[in-house]
Design a protein around this ligand. Sequence first.
Ligand code: GRG
Ligand code: 1GP
Ligand code: MG
Length: 232
Amino acid sequence: MSHPWDDWDHVLKVDPDKDLCDGETFEDVCRTGTDAIEIGGTLDVTAEKMTRVIDAAAEYDVPLYQEPSNPGVVIDSPALDGYLIPTVFNAGGPFWITGAHKEWVRIDDLDWDRTHTEAYIVMNPDASVAELTDANCDLTADDVAAYAKVAERMFGQEIVYLEYSGTFGDTGKVAAAGDALDDATLFYGGGISDYESANEMAAHSDVIVVGDLLHDEGVDAVRETVRGAKDA
Ligand SMILES: CC(C)=CCC/C(C)=C/CC/C(C)=C/CC/C(C)=C/COP(=O)(O)OP(=O)(O)O
Ligand SMILES: O=P(O)(O)OC[C@@H](O)CO
Ligand SMILES: [Mg+2]
């Protein structure tokens, strides 16, 4: 089966709780050359902030996905190509693995055709997502590879997401995740800041995700990471 992300090299993650750089617009964001935009963040995301970003990006061609951090911020919008729903494999308890999902399915009538999951392995203990989910980030390359295999082989996950949010990851661990997977697509996110860092992580993963750089440095810096990913 083919999926939209089979052809992606670069995803830009827009945090609805963070501002764009001065003078930059969502039109600029959509024209960075990224393959897709993912809208999501861990802290202080609301349905209103989500809607603002979706509406602003709606008129441009770039594929638009929502990555909700809880069921309360999921937006039903025709502008979205789909929903990428995290499930945190190394969370400290079941809520962020299946609990939140169970509540969502119970209260909402899901659009299953547009709903996909991402098997998160959270690696940076200082990231908000690690604190929120009480993730065990003390993982060796072998642990990471084993989680990736469990995600793909036992839970049928089509995307495995190695999440170093806020810090540049260990390339050995990223490579271990990549080697462990046969069919699933490996997303890598965290600390990508320029052509070189993008190029390096893109060599070890299928898709790199760039987040804070957009809000801290702006669209020109993001465009360099697109170039780095495409050259890998
Ligand atoms: C069932 C539904 C609809 C939602 C639950 C989905 C789950 C399990 C979420 C848990 C993991 C999570 C909070 C993912 C959000 C995406 C993410 C990791 C964004 C990056 O966050 P950070 O960069 O750590 O946070 P800030 O930038 O907000 O500090
Ligand atoms: O913000 P950065 O560190 O680029 O991380 C990207 C993404 O993986 C966050 O969920
Ligand atoms: Mg972030």
